[in-house]
Design a protein around this ligand. Structure first.
Ligand code: XMP
Length: 313
């Protein structure tokens, strides 16, 4: 098995070298395991001809850009942070439908931000960490993953002016994690909890504007911090669109509702809620309602997948 993954690594390095030749390629890191593996493979194949960027789309978790740059610096890979927050918030303005939000993010990523970088740096190829599950779910119409293009009729070369290389397309998440470990990536990456491509905009029901993203970012920090030793497969916070009546300082407050989601799963295809101790839930509730202004109600989601999905949008 291990030998198979080593063979996979060598085959992919060779393939990337052959496709890109003497041209330049771009890898866009998100800090997740898929884009990290693709970046290391690309770096091994192309050296300085691989340009690595981290797009700060304004939808990331607290301190995420800084931590990604630091991790890859240790690895000898220079990551340029591109501030594209305005592009993404402009694209998301007024959008409340989940698929519309995904489409807006896809367009902002590929048409707006990447196309500009690619033109400036004269890049012909984009290395991308699409995996088999992304394709399967998108093609089956379950969810449009923002990185799936050709399979839904978008031809990147024609529409955006560059070719896309997808070295991980034959692997599922467990395979990518094994490759990441073999490549020497740190545990914080190869064991990283899944995080959706549309980032925190997927954790906000309704419009993902800077104010609402700031609320869910703070809630995410609290929930991730409190549950980091839970051993659960995935845990996060979601900001609801509805509001609820509460009482604070003897005054009526029509405030925000946060859902805590914490699940057990092996491959994200099925999931069960974690039986979290009551005191843990109480502590998180206390922190969410005191540390985030305007949050006055917290719920714990008890729904398995199916019929729910893990994420809310
Ligand atoms: P669902 O919500 O479909 O999620 O049960 C399955 C797993 O995929 C992760 N994930 C995403 N989910 N859009 C999503 O809705 C994305 O772009 C995405 N990227 C990853 C999700 O967190 C869960 O682990």
């Amino acid at each position: 098995m291990l030998k198979n993954y080593l063979t996979f690594i060598n085959r992919k390095i060779k393939e990337i070298k052959e496709i890109v030749g003497e041209e330049k390629a771009l890898s866009v890191l998100s800090g997740g395991v898929d884009s990290s593996v693709v970046t290391v493979l690309g770096h091994k194949a192309l050296g300085r001809n691989l340009k690595v960027v981290f797009i700060n789309n304004g939808l990331m978790r607290e301190k995420e850009p800084e931590s990604v740059v630091k991790t890859f610096k240790k690895f000898g890979i220079k990551v340029k942070v591109v501030d594209a927050q305005n592009n993404f918030f402009r694209a998301l303005r007024g959008k409340t439908d989940p698929e519309e939000k995904r489409k807006a993010i896809t367009a902002a990523f590929y048409k707006d931000v990447f196309r500009k970088i690619v033109k400036e740096k004269k890049i012909k190829f984009l290395l991308q960490g699409t995996i088999l599950t992304d394709i399967e779910e998108t093609v089956a119409g379950i969810k449009r993953q923002h990185n799936v293009l050709v399979q839904i009729g978008i031809l990147p070369e024609k529409e955006y002016g560059y070719k896309v290389i997808e070295p991980l397309i034959e692997l599922r998440k467990d395979g990518v994690r094994k490759v990441a470990k073999l490549l020497g990536l740190p545990k914080s990456i190869y064991q990283r909890m899944p995080f959706p491509g549309p980032a925190l905009s997927a954790r906000v029901i309704g419009e993902a504007n800077p104010e609402r993203i700031a609320i869910v970012r703070k809630a995410t920090e609290i929930v991730e911090g409190e549950l980091k030793n839970s051993g659960a497969f995935q845990y996060f916070a979601v900001l609801m669109q509805d509001k609820a009546t509460g009482i604070r300082n003897n005054k009526r407050e029509f405030g925000n509702i946060i859902i805590i989601r914490c699940i057990e799963s092996t491959d994200a295809r099925k999931a069960k809620p974690t039986k979290l101790p009551w005191r843990v839930l109480e502590k998180i509730t206390k922190r969410l309602t005191t540390e985030i202004p305007g949050v006055n109600r917290v719920c714990y989601d008890l729904t398995p997948k199916p019929p729910a999905t893990i994420e809310y949008i």
